[in-house]
Write a protein that binds this ligand. Sequence first.
Ligand SMILES: [Zn+2]
Length: 213
Amino acid sequence: MDIKRTANAGVLLELDGERILLDGVCREEFPYLGTPETERRALLESPPDGLLLTHGHDDHYDPSFVSAYLQKAAGPVLGPADIPFCTGQSGQVGDVRVTAVPSRHIGKTEPMEHMSFVLEGSECAWFLGDASPLQWRSREDLPKPDVLIAPYAYAIGSGWQITKALAPKQLVLLHLPQRNADPYGLWKAVEPALQDPQGPQISIPDICGTVKE
Ligand SMILES: [Zn+2]
């Protein structure tokens, strides 16, 4: 599995020959990073095999990109029914099975439909979007992913305890701003998890940086 960070909280995931874009293009919303124009163009020149969208917030979803994508590729585009381009929730991208897991958005936001996605091929990844970690506490029916792709909250406090209970081999941490432009102190907040020898390996890719599992 190859994972390339292409947006604030989005990646291009390659698994078993399929290229799947997850919340993978957004505009910059300071302090959160946007997709560089060159990357956005490259994603349209060589369109992924499918798009997955967790919810409609601007730091996860760019309707103009999805529209341009659908002029070049047949999809599928999977995500919540309130995003007009989505034609379904769970489905198949080539040999990779995609299962939508209805999820509650982190923190106090306007009620908005949100789902996370489990991708299963020769390996398993669980992409959380902005799903709150707390909803998974004490649940027995959760996926057992090789790789958890999640926002910073999964490396802080009780979110970190839940990550350790899920026990992925690797945690790919997203939704972090640049270290030198971090008004909420998020890098400092995840530091104890980075030092914790009992947790999974943590990767924090730069925009356009890659992680291999
Ligand atoms: Zn959100």
